[in-house]
Ligand binder design. Structure first.
Ligand SMILES: Cc1cc2nc3c(=O)[nH]c(=O)nc-3n(C[C@H](O)[C@H](O)[C@H](O)COP(=O)(O)OP(=O)(O)OC[C@H]3O[C@@H](n4cnc5c(N)ncnc54)[C@H](O)[C@@H]3O)c2cc1C
Length: 264
């Protein structure tokens, strides 16, 4: 069971961080869905629900997504679908059910770098940038490579507009299970970005596969070759959902499918 000593709802992220930085046993609360499954005593729970971080802002060149935006809001956002098609929506629509997606927040998911995360893979393909309250801006690509957990609060996620296309693929044993593997591909100014996640490690870019596909014509054969390269360069692991070998095989097909979907 999870228990809280004190519980506060700051009115802004400034207020939240002021308290957070002073109290070692404080924890940030997003939707609380994941935290509640744990067994932990939190001295001070800092709930961000009133901190003004629930928004999807449509700017001239970018879209900004506040950390407290729920997965359901991402799934149904017209702003996101106008700019990126179904890639973001496809990356969250399989997560448990609408009730959970109405509560779980994108900020918690991204900040925590969950290995099973579906939206992280989509955001990585879209070259997302994070705004951390204390440390400032950092590319999601770089943030995911960091081993240590920062003592910070994720404020928002920034996506550049004007992509040519993007697609998300995932393989699950059942609709509501964690993905065995997921993959996302985007194309911007003719250049592809390929991300693979739930390996079961968190999403990562397949740099060699990107180099290959960006230097050749696109067809079923080259798309599959890109998948093969991705399956060789990335590290896969085994868990109850699938073996590393199975994930490697899935990677080839899912990367190919995502590239062909973008190309269609
Ligand atoms: C049963 C179940 C099944 C799931 N299945 C999937 C799945 O298949 N695919 C998938 O992608 N996801 C899945 N998820 C995860 C879900 O998508 C969310 O990632 C998860 O619930 C965290 O979101 P939350 O708002 O509930 O976070 P919380 O439980 O509130 O917080 C999680 C962690 O993030 C920290 N945190 C929260 N917000 C911030 C912030 N703004 N800045 C810094 N730290 C912060 C908290 O301190 C805590 O450590 C599942 C979750 C559950 C409960």
């Amino acid at each position: 069971m999870i228990t809280f000593g004190d519980y506060i709802k700051p009115k802004s992220i400034d207020e939240a961080f002021e308290v957070f930085k002073l109290k070692k046993n404080a924890a940030i609360i997003g939707g609380g869905c994941y935290l509640r499954m744990g067994n932990r005593r939190i001295g001070l729970a800092i709930d961000l629900c009133d901190a003004g971080l629930n928004f999807i802002d449509d700017n001239e060149d970018t879209i900004e997504i506040g950390a407290m935006t729920t997965l359901r809001e991402l799934e149904t956002s017209q702003i996101l679908s106008d700019s990126f098609g179904t890639v973001v929506s496809d990356s969250v629509k399989h997560i448990i059910g609408v009730q959970l997606r109405n509560i779980a927040t994108i900020g918690a998911t991204v900040f925590s770098k969950y290995g099973f995360s579906d939206p992280i893979t989509a955001l990585l393909a879209l070259d997302a940038e994070l705004v951390l309250y204390n440390s400032g801006k950092i590319k999601l690509e770089e943030y995911l490579k960091e081993d240590s957990r920062r003592r910070d609060i994720l404020e928002k996620i920034v996506l550049r507009k004007n992509i040519d296309g993007a697609a998300f693929q995932s393989m699950r044993n059942s609709q509501v299970d964690y993905a065995i593997l997921n993959a996302a591909v985007s194309k911007k100014d003719g250049e592809y970005r390929i991300a693979v996640g739930a390996r079961p490690r968190t999403g990562a870019l397949a740099y060699k596969a990107m180099e290959y596909i960006n230097s050749t014509e696109i067809n079923e054969e080259t798309a599959f070759k890109a998948g093969q390269i991705a399956s060789q360069e990335l590290v896969f692991g085994s868990n109850t959902r699938g073996s590393a070998e199975y994930r490697k095989e899935l990677c080839k097909v899912m990367v190919k499918r995502a590239i062909m979907e973008v190309e269609a």
